[in-house]
Design a protein around this ligand. Structure first.
Ligand SMILES: C[S@@+](CC[C@H](N)C(=O)[O-])C[C@H]1O[C@@H](n2cnc3c(N)ncnc32)[C@H](O)[C@@H]1O
Length: 501
């Protein structure tokens, strides 16, 4: 059953291997570098969860819901929205997205997020497994029944949820919805069969191929070779770590939070519950920022007293890093909503920056800067571990369109660098068009700029993250896992260029 075109058909079959994720999982850490593309989708909401069979019939007291049902209802609503084209962050947002997840108790919220995460991260395997259990695909309009099946299958295949609970809750959800109710028997039959046959199905699946859209896999093969593409696809099946940028005393904060200090200086912790509850959050000792995302601001070296323009700055991870290092920062972004988050972040951290809401395609600063950082909008394929929806909602045409915008923004940003100053261009993309190719084209048309190669010592000695040109190229399978601490980091590209005249 092709639940969603997922931008391509499954790849060939081969190796077994899979991982079962503990449920409930920890709350997903907030994103620091999401892509900014929003795809509108107003979908009918899932009907309220059904009343429990043991609910009071007298009507005197409130009926109790079957345990676990509200979490599944919220997960189905979010998966349905994302499969319909909505961004995961927006769907999870308590204000903008489905309010049901925000209304859940913390434990259920963690469970719902874990189910959503695995449903999207392994959607290719889930689609393939469901397809094997069904004689013909569901019609397009049966999107809710489809989401119920996906959420049920995700639990059967990848989460430590008893099979009977996963099946019966899925059937309850189908029965409760006017439009899905006539699929309740099908949901029951398909999921029960999957529960029986899952070990055979999983043994035949190639998880890296199935869960990566073919267009993306082909690009990675071309850019990183066969082994590189396979390693990237495998890394995207893992959950991302929670990394923190700290204002000072990384070792102390690592100890207080039970984490470790990475060679780059970021603190990596094991997420347990909402980040707002972690020690040091309220006092503004740290901000959430993937360890790879923390590197581009460091390429300016000692920024004390320097004027740095942080372009495409919101929600402000790099602004915070630059301000904490002593720079005088002008943070520019076109999104008022994202700038509001930047303002909140800076206020909590007790850091300052000049904040400008402007479209860089028309913004004209009055002065030049010692340094300009352009964290350009991109396909964000380097953040698939945090944003598995990207594999479903983006396609090659998005990469091509974004590359045109990036070239425009880069040429404009270059004009705002003072002679002798530095320009750092970065994207959280694995695509060469948004990184290496962009810089090659820029240098060919800007003889007044020269590359300043990144040195391993500047990035904690991680030489693997520097390419042959001397640019930063971090890959999600780098940074080894240690006992009790996840491995990996986001895929980032960054080039450092000096204005020579
Ligand atoms: C990758 S995110 C930036 C992340 C941010 N630098 C950080 O470290 O937290 C890209 C940002 O580019 C902004 N953006 C996209 N197009 C823009 C434009 N034409 N002018 C200004 N900002 C833009 C988006 O609003 C989004 O906040």
């Amino acid at each position: 059953m092709p639940v969603r075109p997922a931008r391509g058909a499954p790849g060939p079959v081969a190796q077994p291997a899979r991982r079962r994720t503990k449920a409930p999982g920890a709350a997903a850490p907030p994103a620091t570098d999401p892509g900014d593309e929003r795809r509108p989708l107003a979908r009918r909401r899932l009907a309220a969860p059904p009343r429990s069979a043991n609910a009071s019939r007298s009507g005197g007291s409130r009926p109790a819901l079957k345990p676990g049902l509200p979490a599944r209802a919220a997960a189905v609503a979010i998966v349905d929205a994302v499969l319909g084209g909505r961004q995961l962050d927006a769907a999870l947002d308590p204000v903008e997205g489905d309010s049901r997840i925000g209304a859940l108790p913390e434990r259920d919220r963690a469970l719902a997020r874990a189910i959503v995460g695995v449903s999207l991260r392994r959607i290719g395997q889930i689609e393939d497994a469901l397809g094997r259990m069904m004689a013909r695909p569901l019609p397009q309009k049966a999107h809710l029944a489809r989401a119920i099946l996906v959420v049920g299958a995700a639990q059967l295949l990848f989460l430590d949820v008893p099979d009977h609970a996963a099946v019966s809750l899925a059937v309850d959800l189908a029965r409760a919805d006017r439009q899905a109710t006539h699929h309740a028997n099908l949901v029951n039959g398909v999921l029960r069969r999957l529960a029986r046959e899952k070990s055979f199905v999983l043994a035949e699946q190639d998880e890296t191929r199935l869960n990566t859209p073919p267009w993306l896999y082909a690009r990675w093969q071309a850019a990183y070779g066969e082994d590189g593409a396979a390693a990237l696809a495998a890394a995207h099946l893992q959950e991302a770590a929670l990394d923190l940028g700290v204002k000072a005393d990384a070792a102390t904060w690592a100890e207080r939070l039970g984490g470790r200090v990475l060679p780059t200086g970021a603190v990596r912790v094991t997420p347990r519950g909402p980040v707002e509850r972690l020690d040091g959050y309220l006092e503004g000792a740290w901000w959430v920022q993937d360890a790879a995302a923390a590197l581009p601001p460091r390429l300016f070296g000692d920024v004390r007293g320097k004027r740095i323009a942080d372009l495409c700055a919101a929600p402000g991870g790099k602004t915070a890093a630059l301000a904490a290092a002593g720079a005088t920062v002008t943070a520019v972004d076109q999104s008022a909503a994202r700038l509001a988050r930047l303002r909140e972040n800076l206020a909590r951290l007790r850091l300052e920056a000049e904040i400008v809401e402007a479209d860089l395609r028309t913004w004209a600063p009055e002065t030049t800067f010692d340094g300009v950082l352009l964290d350009a909008p991109c396909s964000a394929t380097g953040t698939l571990r945090r944003h598995p929806d990207i594999a479903l909602t983006k396609g090659p045409e998005d990469v091509a369109g974004l590359a045109v915008l990036q070239a425009d923004l880069l040429a404009r940003a270059a004009a705002w660098v003072a002679p002798g100053g530095l320009l750092v261009y970065c994207t959280c993309s694995l695509e060469r068009d948004e990184g290496e190719d962009q810089i090659a084209a820029f240098l060919a048309s800007h003889p007044d700029f020269a590359r300043v190669p990144v040195e391993a010592a500047e990035i904690g000695g991680i030489a693997d993250a520097i390419n042959a040109d001397g640019d930063l190229r971090t890959l999600p399978f780098q940074i080894a896992e240690t006992e009790g601490s996840r491995g990996g980091w986001d895929g980032f590209f960054a080039a450092r260029l000096r204005r020579t005249s």
